[in-house]
Write a protein that binds this ligand. Structure first.
Ligand code: NAD
Length: 347
């Protein structure tokens, strides 16, 4: 059983979502108005300059500051620079992937400013109250409602331009949120329903094309982030988080890891495997996920993403220290070492 007869709680998160093709072109000014913001800090990656400039145009001179030095995993120095850029504004508009939204969350964490998030990937951070910063090879994360974006504008026109490899990896990152929501510590009947529908929408998107594909994937990303935000993080995310500290690419690491963690967990989570399989249109969730990854060209093992063999022991030791106690199968260091070795080899 996934829910079993354990006591479970469900806490709904606040937040307004506007979803639709073209919404980022047509709705941003009204959503800034709704937040009552007269001075806005725009955070976006410098690689996205032209498009972001067009999207921000309707805001006119309400964008009084910009921050473009966005970096993956929000180094502490990046967080501090973004906070300095926020002096005097009354809202933060973040247009970009999880790294960009992460910078906005770092600002909100200390300033309590409201965030309007416009995601351009499928990472799902925009609907979670989780923040993260990094220092050297260590990531620190925490949960604070102040970092949960007050408003999210989802527009498939923005993700349709993702290069295919990035779109697939990002969609499988969202898939990981859904899959792990079935056994994460705060799982509950609502998060499982949302997660199952997220798997379905993401799988439909991965099989689709163009704007329809982007729409299914973005809806899936929203569902995935929502399930993840409520259910919390389990073994898969703990492991991915540790690997992030070793400089591994976030989304592709999730994509490689996921079938390995599901196969490892499956003996203790038959309901999860069945529901995941059902959403993927197959009897076997593990096989379905493997096939999806293979079709999408995901590398089989972490070594193909640059993790060195002599780093595995440290990955195991750091993960063992943070694995949730109620994972559906026992996770001692020996079991974890086998899982990490399999995921590294792509066995
Ligand atoms: P990212 O934001 O780093 O973006 C990856 C790359 O894609 C960047 O080079 C970016 O410029 C480019 N890009 C983004 N959107 C694009 C588009 N539409 N078209 C073309 N290129 C585009 O990657 P990500 O996977 O979105 O986010 C990863 C980060 O988010 C990690 O730091 C991770 O820890 C964090 N994250 C946090 C949460 C949370 O709940 N706090 C959830 C998921 C991810």
């Amino acid at each position: 059983m996934v829910q079993g007869d354990r006591v479970h709680t469900y806490e709904a998160l606040p937040g307004r979502v506007v979803f639709g093709v073209g919404a980022a072109r047509t709705e941003l000014a009204a959503e800034v108005d709704r937040l009552g913001a007269a001075k806005v800090l725009l955070i976006a990656s410098r690689h996205d300059g032209d498009r972001v400039g067009e999207l921000a145009e309707p805001l006119g001179d309400r964008v009084t500051a910009t921050f473009t030095d966005v970096r993956e995993h929000v180094p502490v120095a990046t967080a501090e620079a973004a906070r300095a850029a926020a002096a005097g504004v009354d809202a933060v508009l973040a247009i970009g992937g999880g790294s960009t939204i992460g910078a906005a969350k770092a600002v909100a964490l200390t300033t309590r400013l409201p965030v309007l998030a416009v995601p351009t990937t499928y990472a799902g951070s925009e609907v979670t109250p989780v923040w993260g910063t990094s220092e050297g090879d260590r990531k620190t994360t925490g949960t604070d409602l102040a970092v949960l974006p007050r408003t999210v504008v989802y527009d498939p026109e923005l993700t349709v331009s993702l290069p295919d490899e990035l779109a697939v990896a990002s969609a499988l990152n969202a898939m990981a949120h859904c899959v792990e929501a079935f056994w994460a510590p705060r799982r509950n009947p609502i998060s499982s329903v949302v997660a199952e529908e997220g798997v379905r929408s993401l799988a439909a998107g991965l099989a689709g094309e163009g704007l329809a594909r982007a729409t299914d994937l973005l809806r899936g990303a929203w569902l995935a982030g929502t399930a993840f935000a409520v259910a919390g993080t389990g073994l898969h995310h703990k492991l991915a988080h540790v690997l992030g500290g070793f400089g591994m690419p976030h989304a592709r690491t999730h994509a490689v890891l996921l079938p390995h963690v599901l196969a490892f967990t499956a003996p203790g989570a038959p309901e999860a495997v069945e529901r995941i399989g059902r959403a993927l249109g197959t009897d076997d969730g593990v096989a379905g996920l493997r096939a999806l990854g293979a079709r999408a060209g995901v590398p089989a093992g972490l070594r193909e993403l640059g993790l060195a063999a002599d780093q595995l022991d440290e990955v195991v030791a750091r993960t063992a220290a943070v694995v949730p106690a109620d994972h559906p199968v026992p996770v001692d260091e020996a079991a974890l070492a086998r899982l990490v070795r399999n995921a590294w080899e792509g066995a």
